[in-house]
Design a protein around this ligand. Sequence first.
Ligand code: HEC
Length: 158
Amino acid sequence: MTLRLLKPLACLALLAALAAGPSAPVTASDGVSKHVTRRITLMTTQKAAMDVLTAMMAGRAVFDQSKARAARRQLITSTSSIRKHFRKHRMDPRSHARPQIWTSWDDFEARAKSAEIAARALSTRSLPALRRTLPGLMQGCLSCHETYRRTPNSFTTH
Ligand code: HEC
C-alpha cells in the first residue's frame, strides 16, 4: 500500500528534477532579459544596415553614396559593440545564442573583431568598390552565426 503510493511520488520528484535541468544561466524572473533584448536589437539594426548595402550591390536599389556611408558607419559602430553586448551570460526563451559563446569567449571576441575589421574595410567610394568589399563582411556575420547561433539561417544575415 505505502509502496504503491511512494513509487509515483518518487517518479514525480524525478520528473521535476529533470524539468529543472542543469544549473541555468542568469535568466530574468519574468522570462525576458533586457540584455537579450539589447543584443537582439543590435543584431537587427546591423541587418537593416546590411540590407541597404546588399540592395545596392544586387541592383535592387540605386547606389547612393551618402546612404552607403551611413550604413558603413552604423556597421562599424554595431560590430564594435558586439563584445560588450554579449559579455555576460544572459539567456531568455527568445534567444538563439549558443552557450559556447561564454565557454569559447576568446574565439567569440576574435570573430566580433574580424567583423569590425571587415566593416571598416567596406568601401563606399563606388558601386564596384562596394561590391568588392561587402562579401567580406557578410562572411564575418555568417561565420559567427554558424558557430554561435542556433538555427543558423543565412537568409536572416544578408
Ligand atoms: C561575433 C559573433 C557575431 C557576429 C560577428 C554577428 N552576429 Fe548576428 N548574432 C550573433 C548571435 C550569438 C546571435 C543570437 C543572439 C540571441 O538570440 O541571443 C545573433 C543574431 C542575429 C540576428 C537575429 C536577431 C533576432 O531577431 O533574433 C540577426 C538578424 C543578426 N544576428 C545579424 C547579423 C549581421 C547582419 C551581422 C554582420 C554585420 C552579424 N549578425 C554579425 C552573433 C554574431
